[in-house]
Design a protein. Structure first.
Length: 337
């Protein structure tokens, strides 16, 4: 991780370069503020659509908005560095990416920390988030404008509900659950009560078909897109990870705006995030009906039992070492459960 001193020096250099060369985030095109957004998502991704159809029109009077998709100008995972260096103005950043710089952000990519989309917004707008935001501004030169909802990961099994009904983590004992191969994902699989099995995503359909694994976890759109419903019989709506992204902007660019411009950009970011959130929630709701029509059992387990068990596994683990004391309790207090 780059040190605070180095980051602050880099930010000073970025601002100085902008003053001298006019090439930092505060660059202008046709008397407008240039905002280039880099994302690894496609043009049809709901986040991209929300930014293009909601954010861009709301700031069009004074902003030249230039999105790029599919990692064309900056590869996935390099966007934050690019903004910090003054080579980019905006990105859609994940908590996982921010955790590479600031380990405390891992709390926002942890099982059962966020309960749902509304809880994400409450957490982002609560004072508990202020130190996190300040760290990113002070050390990376990046302002987090708003939080975008990506969806909820659910457990998807080969067995029918009659064969195995899952209401608590204990019911997943012995279930070979495919999870991504990193230590953090494997830890989450074990915390859910299952026997996590690393497997390349490209192999999951075949693995489920042959019984090499009993199940997998992914958001419902992925289950449908990859036709995993063809080789499974039930979906347990564990919602064990409510995934998110942040709309991020260069702090140097932000500081170069007038107060009215800042207010408009903030309003536009919040509106784009809300638009994307509602569309994603609507999609998830419609997919439940679709999956039931395909013959799958779709049901909700005892979420309180899952949340309590999973969070207990994290407390005291290496994955929670960087979490500020008391923050998890504050996040839980903002939820409805």
């Amino acid at each position: 991780m780059i040190t605070k001193l180095t980051r602050r020096a880099a930010i000073s250099a970025i601002v100085a370069a902008g003053v001298v060369a006019g090439s930092s985030g505060a660059s202008f095109a046709a008397d407008k503020i240039q905002l280039r957004l880099a994302t690894s998502g496609s043009e049809t991704d709901q986040r991209s659509v929300a930014m293009a159809e909601v954010f861009a029109p709301m700031v069009a009077d004074f902003v030249d908005y230039q999105p790029s998709y599919n990692g064309t100008i900056f590869a996935q995972g390099t966007e934050l560095d690019a903004i910090s260096r003054g080579n980019l103005e905006m990105s859609i950043a994940s908590a996982q990416e921010l955790a590479q710089f600031f380990p405390e952000f891992s709390i926002f990519a942890t099982g059962y920390v966020h309960q749902d989309a509304a809880h994400q917004v409450a957490v982002f707008n609560d004072p508990l988030m202020d130190p996190f935001k300040a760290t990113v501004e002070d050390e990376l030169g990046i302002k987090l404008l708003s939080v975008m909802y990506l969806g909820r990961r659910q457990v998807n099994l080969r067995q029918s509900k009659d064969e195995l009904t899952v209401m608590t983590p204990a019911d997943l004992a012995g279930v070979n659950l495919r999870m991504p191969g990193t230590d953090a994902w494997q830890f989450l699989g074990a915390a859910l009560g299952a026997a996590p099995t690393p497997m390349a995503f490209s192999e999951v359909y075949t693995g489920l078909s042959t019984g090499a694994v009993d199940g997998q976890d992914n958001p419902l759109p992925t289950v449908v897109d990859k036709k995993l419903y063809e080789v499974t019989k039930q979906i347990i709506l564990t919602s064990h990870l409510v995934d998110l992204n942040y709309i991020a902007i260069s702090k140097a660019v932000w500081d170069g705006m007038t107060a009215d411009q800042q207010a408009t950009v903030q309003k536009a970011a919040d509106a784009a995030a809300e638009s994307g959130r509602q569309k994603q929630l609507e999609l998830e709701g419609s997919l439940v009906s679709f999956l039931e029509e395909q013959g799958l059992d779709v049901y909700e387990p005892d979420l309180n039992a899952f949340r309590t068990h999973v969070q207990a596994q994290y407390v005291g683990s290496e994955f929670a070492e960087a979490w500020p004391e008391g923050v998890l309790e504050k996040i839980n207090a903002l939820g409805s459960n």
